[in-house]
Write a protein that binds this ligand. Structure first.
Ligand SMILES: CC(C)(COP(=O)(O)OP(=O)(O)OC[C@H]1O[C@@H](n2cnc3c(N)ncnc32)[C@H](O)[C@@H]1OP(=O)(O)O)[C@@H](O)C(=O)NCCC(=O)NCCS
Length: 162
């Protein structure tokens, strides 16, 4: 059995270690992290998954960003990581589905991320015409509409909320 709960300050050191394990400690040098500089993740959407032994199995974070000249508000998904000993058990899918459902009830219109389309397309993500901070691969710029027109006309540069 897995429990999904919002990430608390007590979870954070373990979550950081899990992200380092999944992505390597140099992960914060990735250009997408510039969108998160000086910003806290959205606490009510950023979640952890724990197993029956209370061991951390996975974590996901969300951040607010803006897009294009119109300053479209959007959610930035990531990082998401599942502990290597728990990968392939459906924990990532569970965490994605639950947190996206939560985001939908929170009035956000769309979710963006930089990632592998072959993984994220199962949740409805598609390639979108926005530009993440360079260097970034346009093929990895993905979006999911949470409302019928949530991605309509969205184009331009993705930038920090603050
Ligand atoms: C990607 C990740 C979150 C998936 O979580 P998970 O719990 O292992 O995934 P699930 O059990 O829900 O789904 C497993 C499926 O996803 C596929 N998958 C996993 N990573 C993938 C990727 N990068 N590209 C394509 N498919 C991928 C698996 O092959 C498997 O496919 P199948 O269902 O056809 O057998 C996890 O593997 C992870 O933490 N990886 C390291 C960090 C990372 O890459 N994060 C995502 C950044 S883009």
């Amino acid at each position: 059995m897995f429990r999904i709960t919002p990430e608390t300050a007590e979870d954070t050191p373990e979550v950081e270690m899990l992200f380092d394990l999944a992505f390597a400690p140099g992960r914060t040098a990735l250009s997408s992290y510039r969108l998160r500089d000086g910003m806290a993740p959205l606490a009510h959407l950023s979640c952890v998954v724990r197993d029956d032994y209370d061991a951390l199995a996975a974590a996901i974070r969300f951040w607010p960003v803006k897009v294009g000249a119109g300053g479209w508000p959007a959610l930035l998904l990531g990082p998401i990581a599942v502990h290597p000993t728990r990968q392939g058990e459906g924990v990532g899918a569970l965490l994605m589905s639950e947190s996206l459902a939560l985001a939908k009830t929170d009035s956000w219109r769309c979710v963006l991320l930089v990632g592998d389309l072959p993984y994220y397309k199962r949740f409805g993500f598609r390639r979108i015409d926005v530009t993440f901070p360079p260097p970034s691969n346009p093929d990895r710029a993905l979006g999911l509409a949470l409302t019928p027109d949530g991605l309509e006309g969205m184009t331009g540069i993705v930038y920090r909320w603050g």
